[in-house]
Design a protein around this ligand. Structure first.
Ligand SMILES: Cc1cc2nc3c(=O)[nH]c(=O)nc-3n(C[C@H](O)[C@H](O)[C@H](O)COP(=O)(O)O)c2cc1C
Length: 211
C-alpha cells in the first residue's frame, strides 16, 4: 500500500500564466506578491505573445520576470508538470488573458501549455481565474466568457476600482491583485478594504478625485 499521508507543510502551487494581452504589470506584480508568501510555490508560463507585450509595455525583461517565479515552464512544453492533473496544483491565474487564449480554453484547444494547464484546472475542479483584457467586447467574446463561466472559471476582468482612492498606477494594480487573490482564497493586504478599520471608509459627497 502506498503512503496515504498528505504531504505536510507542502506549499500551495499557484500557476501564473501571462499571455499577450495588455497588462503584463498585473502578472508581474502577482508574482512579486506570491514570492513574499512562504506558503506558495509559483509556476510561471509566459506565452510567446506575452514576451512581446513584456517588451512593449514593461520596464522589466522577460528574464527578470522569470526570476520572480519559483518555476518557469515554456509555453510549448506540453510535458511540463502543470500539464497533468496528477501534479497537485492549488489554482491558476491567467493574468492578463488574451481573447485568443480564452477562446482556446473555451473550445478545448489544448495544444499549448497555458490552455492545457487551464483545461486541467477545469477538469480537476480547481480554481481558474481569467483576467480577460479586451475592450470593447463583441458577442463572440461574451459567449466565450459565458462558456468559460459555465465550465467553472472565474471571469475576472482587471477593471480598476476607485473607492480606495488610488494615487498611482501601482495602487490600482495592487488592489486588483488583492481582489484576484481573494478569489482563490489567498488573502493579502496590498490595498485598503472597504469598511475595515484601516481600510476605506464610506464617505458621502466627495468631489471626483478629491482628497
Ligand atoms: C502590444 C500588444 C498588445 C495586445 N493587447 C491585447 C489585448 O489587450 N487583448 C487581446 O486579446 N489581445 C491583445 N493582443 C493580441 C495578442 O497578443 C494576440 O492575439 C496573440 O495571438 C495572443 O496569444 P497568446 O494568448 O498565446 O498570448 C496584443 C498584442 C500586442 C502586440
Amino acid at each position: 500500500m502506498g503512503n496515504a499521508r498528505e504531504a505536510e507543510g507542502a506549499r500551495r502551487r499557484v500557476i501564473v500564466a501571462i499571455t499577450g494581452a495588455s497588462g503584463v504589470v498585473y502578472g508581474a506584480r502577482l508574482l512579486e506578491i506570491l514570492r513574499e508568501l512562504d506558503t506558495v510555490e509559483s509556476h510561471l508560463i509566459l506565452s510567446r505573445a506575452g514576451r512581446l507585450t513584456v517588451q512593449q509595455e514593461s520596464r522589466i525583461t522577460a528574464a527578470q520576470l522569470s526570476k520572480l517565479a519559483d518555476f518557469v515552464h515554456q509555453p510549448t512544453n506540453l510535458g511540463a508538470p502543470v500539464s497533468s492533473g496528477s501534479f497537485k496544483t492549488y489554482a491558476m491565474l491567467i493574468v492578463p488573458c488574451s481573447i485568443k487564449t480564452a477562446s482556446n480554453i473555451a473550445a478545448g484547444n489544448t495544444g499549448e501549455l497555458i490552455s492545457r494547464a487551464a483545461d486541467v484546472m477545469l477538469k480537476e475542479r480547481r480554481p481558474l481565474a481569467i483576467a480577460i483584457r479586451e475592450t470593447p467586447l463583441h458577442r463572440g467574446h461574451l459567449e466565450t466568457l459565458a462558456k468559460l463561466a459555465g465550465l467553472g472559471a472565474i471571469i475576472f476582468p482587471p477593471v480598476p476600482g476607485f473607492y480606495h482612492r488610488p494615487r498611482s498606477i501601482g495602487d490600482i494594480v495592487d488592489q486588483t491583485c488583492m481582489r484576484l487573490l481573494d478569489q482563490i482564497g489567498i488573502a493579502v493586504e496590498t490595498a485598503p478594504r472597504w469598511g475595515e478599520d484601516d481600510g476605506v471608509r464610506a464617505i458621502g459627497g466627495v468631489g471626483a478625485l478629491g482628497k
